[in-house]
Design a protein around this ligand. Structure first.
Ligand code: ATP
Length: 210
């Protein structure tokens, strides 16, 4: 496999880019999507979270009440530590499982990891950073996702800076333009990715384990 790391700030356009790469044939392993799947109603991880944090984190339909969990986790450092200890290894194991399924193929595999700059991975064949000015990310999150502006700004402030992400980039996608411009850049990135040498056997492991 050719293993690519894809990252970018919240609202930068990672999911849009990974969707376009999937159309070319890339296998996408999306950390956020896996986290949501593992916390689906009835999933073992949700049961473990309810055991630790109480039934108030599960709503009447059986789904995770993210706001209730966030309120607990962000008011108590021990709770946040426990939350990370429960969720991170489960997500990492599922990402590894999916990566191992395609490790010995010639596929381009994209690890879509919002916090890749903060949590590096070993042996990536290349890193793609989707970059937008903070104001554009905020505007898209407010207009297209209905996120309160202060929420969008607070989340961005908690992540690595644009500069920190750009430092790890082999390819930068500038998503400050329209979707056509984005598509052109993704095409170029796909052509670049396809010709990279394949990953080594330990590629994709977390460089700093929890
Ligand atoms: P998150 O970090 O929250 O997962 P993301 O980085 O995956 O976000 P996307 O969901 O791909 O970002 O994009 C954020 C929003 O901006 C979406 O509604 C998407 O459709 C829109 N968007 C992405 N790129 C563009 C663009 N070039 N022009 C207009 N809208 C865009």
């Amino acid at each position: 496999m050719i293993l690519i790391g894809l990252t970018g700030g919240i609202g930068s356009g990672k999911s849009t880019v990974s969707g376009l790469l999937a159309e070319y044939g890339a296998v996408i392993i999306d950390a956020d999507a896996i986290t949501r799947e593992l916390q689906a109603p009835g999933a073992p991880l949700l049961v473990t979270l309810a055991d630790r944090f109480g039934d108030s984190i599960v709503d009447s339909s059986g789904a995770l009440d993210r706001a209730a969990l966030a309120a607990i986790a962000f008011s108590d450092p021990e709770a946040l530590k426990d939350l990370n200890k429960i969720v991170h290894p489960a997500v990492a194991a599922e990402m590894d499982r999916r990566m191992n399924e395609v490790r010995n193929t010639d596929k381009v595999v994209v690890l879509d990891i919002p916090l890749l700059a903060e949590n590096p991975r070993k042996g990536l064949c290349g890193v793609v950073v989707v970059d937008v000015p903070v104001e554009i990310a905020v505007e898209r999150l407010v207009q297209l996702r209905g996120m309160p502006k202060s929420d969008a700004q607070a989340r961005i402030a908690k992540q690595a800076s644009r500069d920190d992400r750009l430092k790890i980039a082999d390819q930068v996608i500038d998503n400050s333009g329209d979707l056509d411009s984005l598509k052109q850049q993704v095409k170029t990135v796909w052509e670049w990715a396809k010709q990279l040498p394949p990953a080594t056997d330990d590629a994709g492991e977390r460089a700093n384990k929890d």
